[in-house]
Write a protein of this length. Structure first.
Length: 247
């Protein structure tokens, strides 16, 4: 199995962020290296505090990564525009690697995980790179596109609008939809844009960390040589398997 580099934020419960990625690596059989961009204090009630790691330390962490061993990158919550710019610089410098970007803006129970300007930096820096696959949920996609909401009928168009920013693929996840959840993939395939839609029955219950699980699942599958479409299906299976275990 090949190694995944996870860049993002930690918190004590490890049901999202870097701690979850390490656990998932054990499940998928991938080695996981981590770069800590921020430390959060959060629990089931939300974010209590957030400490951004200084840029010099983040840069030194990136310099310690065994890059020849890395086969894919997973990016989670980055606390500031400056952190986004630094990570974008590294992803651009390693253009052979797919980077799965989960544009986390807030914790599921509530509380921001980013500062002012981070959203714009995501649009203008990370989502301009052609080795990036972005995996927003509906709320995150709406924020990136400057929209109040995205409905089921608008998902295909919204995904294509995000693709137009410059990424190689978009997976717009619809777990927050009413009824059966739907995910939409659009990707650049040589001289055309390929699209795919996947619908599955909802697994009941309230779950945290599904976005992180999905993004890591895609990165792990890509690291092992899967196509983007196959990585999407592998990530969905990973999420549904873990949700089934939680019921």
């Amino acid at each position: 199995m090949r190694a995944v580099l996870s860049i993002g934020t930690t918190h004590p419960w490890n049901i999202a962020g870097l701690g979850l990625d390490i656990q998932l690596g054990t499940h998928t059989g991938n080695d996981v290296f981590t770069v800590v961009a921020a430390v959060s204090a959060q629990n089931g009630e939300g974010v209590r505090a957030l400490h951004a790691v200084d840029l010099a330390t983040v840069r030194e962490q990136l310099g310690c990564v065994p890059w020849p061993q890395i086969a894919a990158i997973r990016v989670g919550a980055l606390p500031s525009a400056e952190h986004v710019a630094l990570v974008a610089e590294q992803i651009a410098a390693h253009a052979r690697l797919y980077a799965v970007v989960d544009p986390v803006l807030a914790a599921s129970p509530g509380g921001a995980l980013v500062s002012a300007g981070t959203l714009e930096a995501l649009r203008e820096r990370l989502l301009r790179l052609d080795n990036v696959i972005v995996t927003p949920n509906l709320a995150e996609a709406g924020a990136l596109l400057g929209r109040r909401s995205i409905e089921r009928a608008e998902m295909d168009e919204a995904a294509r609008s995000l693709l137009a920013l410059g990424v190689c693929a978009v997976v717009l996840t619809g777990g927050h939809l009413e009824g059966d959840p739907r995910d939409v993939l659009v990707e650049r395939a040589r001289d055309r844009i390929r699209s795919e839609s996947l619908i599955a029955s909802r697994i009941p219950g309230k779950h945290r960390g599904t976005g992180c699980t999905f993004a890591f699942g895609m990165a792990a599958a890509l690291a092992d040589g899967s196509s983007i479409g196959d990585a999407l299906r592998s990530a969905r299976a990973l999420v549904r398997g873990r949700l089934g275990e939680a019921v």
